[in-house]
Design a protein around this ligand. Structure first.
Ligand code: AGP
Length: 606
């Protein structure tokens, strides 16, 4: 989830680009850069690290230019470095490109361009787009961009300038957003309205596969069929803070809604659906090492620990590798039995959680190989471990982890399939088809929001909540309880549904809402009978299910109906209504849902 800005007009462009990048700073990045032009001269300045590094590099320089592009990178292909920072320039120095998203067929295109004599300096998919556009550039930039984009597979928001032709910026998108800010004889561009509001409230949202050409005087747009089209100019009445939230009231809701994209970006570029293969280039795990794994120890905290519990099911079921899961803060105190044939996998959104880092160090002391699943490039856990699977969720600002969690579950699914493949087991086609369908299923379950908001209205005054699940959905019961308690301060507990009769059932009375996860086939009947036990004690049963609500007649007061996906991926769908429930209950109770009391986004102390 990179940040894109652009400007075209009569003002000095460099300060405007830096101001726009500063407003996208919350999106996080590991490198940043600008490309500016005047009279056909293209100048590019890039820097690794935070925006301040780029600002420092530009300090004291006066670059006379009145149009250009700026970019903050959230690494997907190629490690964070100046070499891999955007803007990317083609090898003939005619075209500068900035890009948000993932081009899945970049390797194939890169080989074709190499065969045609193009050269590359970076490991990025974006440089392939720059060379491809230049390859087709024959005087008209819009035509070249249109032609190149028609060959790109995957997700992209592209902004392009060139030393050839007019003073213009050409843009196109497929997936990630691009917004044009309409000025007076000047135009603005951004991946997010937040970067525009200081200059204009009149914006045009590009549709998927639109191509736009911005000149100081006019904005022209062509649709996916190449036909000229008028997109409406929308007046944003957001204040700048609201803009950073993309118009949502809270970052948490924005990030819940971003999950279809976060899930898709996490598997994009890593799955060859045609040949049934998984590629995890930064994992640095050979076939021999994978075959030699005796046990995997998953180490994590909080929501990431819940992801680890789901990961245990996935890896044991799909790769036939024994898995243990520990809280980072507990691992070293249980005298863990770990050896050189074991792999420790640290799961951490921030990559800075002290308990998780300490647990990994304890595992390394006992000879384990260290891997990580992380959302922040260059964070401590990435530097500590021998290999990583990045979740491409983009920066998660809300303290409550939502899109990072579902992205962690996708990463664990990819890890399980990758281990399966390395250990010589066949990846079944439906295992990948289910994954391909997942973003649409998450999109569908988000449509439940109005219904969940109504539920929150009814139950926001409860003093306790219980969440029940069995098997692979027991961790989701735990996650639903954690979300609710950390956002609304309601005491909430998650339990294995089968555990109720061993004590917790004593808690049930007519004031206790009980959310029971009853999806799939394997444990459905048992969960339903647990729900009947709760109902028999006057509990308020709320069923979360992929089945006909009639199956809960006389049992559930409420039924949350979710789409059915494979059992292995169902937790990703099931958690979304629970995130929404926690959010709306928190809002109803007047809590600060983005920054709940006593909590920090990253717990860097033990
Ligand atoms: C989850 O909503 C909480 N913010 C918290 O439990 C979090 O998951 C935990 O602190 C671990 O953080 P990490 O993923 O950054 O390591």
């Amino acid at each position: 989830m990179c940040g894109i800005v652009g400007y075209l007009g009569s003002q000095e462009v460099v300060p405007l680009l830096l101001d726009g990048l500063r407003r996208l700073e919350y999106r996080g990045y590991d490198s940043a850069g600008i490309a500016v032009l005047e009279n056909g001269n293209l100048e590019t300045v890039r820097a690794e690290g935070k925006l301040d590094q780029l600002v420092e590099k530009l300090a004291g320089q006066t670059i006379p230019a009145s149009y250009g592009l700026g970019h903050t990178r959230w690494a997907t292909h190629g490690e964070p470095s100046e070499r891999n920072a955007h803007p990317m320039v083609d090898s003939q120095g005619r075209v500068a490109v900035i890009h948000n998203g993932i081009i899945e067929n970049f390797l194939e295109l890169k080989q074709r361009l190499l065969d045609a004599g193009w050269t590359f300096d970076s490991d990025t998919d974006t440089e392939v787009a720059a060379n491809l556009i230049s390859h087709y550039l024959d005087g008209d930039l819009k035509t070249a961009v249109t032609r190149a984009a028609s060959e790109l597979q995957g997700m992209y928001a592209l902004a392009v300038v060139s030393t050839v032709g007019d003073r213009e910026i050409v843009v196109t998108r497929q997936g990630p957003p691009l917004v044009i800010g309409v000025g007076q004889d000047e135009q603005f561009l951004a991946s997010d309205p937040a970067a525009l509001l200081a200059h204009t409230k009149d914006v045009i949202f590009l549709e998927n596969r639109d191509v736009g050409r911005l000149t100081p005087e006019r904005i022209e747009i062509w649709d996916a069929d190449g036909e000229p089209v008028e997109r409406p100019v929308v007046r944003l009445n957001w204040d700048p803070i609201q803009a950073e939230k993309g118009g949502y009231k809270h970052f948490m809701l924005k990030e819940i809604q971003e999950q279809p994209l976060a899930v898709q970006e996490t598997f994009a570029g890593r799955v060859d659906f045609g040949h049934g293969r998984i590629t995890l280039e930064e994992l640095n795990l050979t076939e021999e090492e994978a075959r030699g794994i005796a046990k995997i120890d998953i180490l994590a905290c909080g929501t990431s620990w819940h992801a680890g519990l789901v990961g245990k099911f996935l890896i044991q079921r799909l790769a036939d590798v024994p898995v243990e899961v520990d809280y980072g803060s507990e691992f070293r105190y249980r005298d863990p039995i770990v050896g050189p044939n074991d792999v420790a996998v640290g799961i951490s959104q921030s990559g800075e959680t002290a308990d998780t880092l300490s647990a990994l160090e304890a595992a390394a002391e006992r000879g384990a190989r260290l891997l990580s699943i992380c959302n922040v490039p260059g964070s401590q856990i990435v530097r500590l471990t021998d290999g990583v699977i990045y979740t491409h969720a983009g920066p998660e600002i809300g303290v409550a982890s939502t899109k990072a969690f579902t992205s962690q579950l996708v990463a664990l699914y990819l890890l399980a399939l990758h281990l399966r493949q390395l250990r010589g087991l066949e990846i079944e086609p439906e295992m990948l088809q289910d994954l391909a369908h997942l973003p649409a299923a998450v999109d569908e379950v988000l449509e439940l929001e109005p219904e969940i908001e109504q539920l929150a209205r009814v139950y926001s005054r409860a003093s306790d909540f219980l969440f029940l699940g069995r098997g692979i959905n027991y961790p989701i019961a735990l996650e639903g309880a954690l979300k609710l308690k950390e956002i609304s301060y309601i005491h909430a507990e998650g339990y294995p549904a089968g555990e109720m009769k061993h004590g917790p059932i004593a808690l049930i009375d007519e004031d206790l809402p009980i959310v029971a996860i009853a999806t799939g086939e394997r444990v459905f009947e048992k969960v339903r009978s647990n729900m009947q036990e709760a109902k028999a004690r006057d509990g308020i049963v709320i069923a979360l299910t992929d089945r006909d609500p009639k199956e809960f007649d006389g049992i559930a007061e409420e039924v949350i109906r979710v789409p059915r996906v494979s059992e292995e991926l169902q937790p990703i769908v099931n958690v979304v209504p629970l995130q929404l429930l926690a959010y709306h209950v928190g809002v109803k109770r007047g809590c600060d849902v983005d920054q709940p009391r006593n909590l920090a986004k990253s717990v860097t102390v033990e």
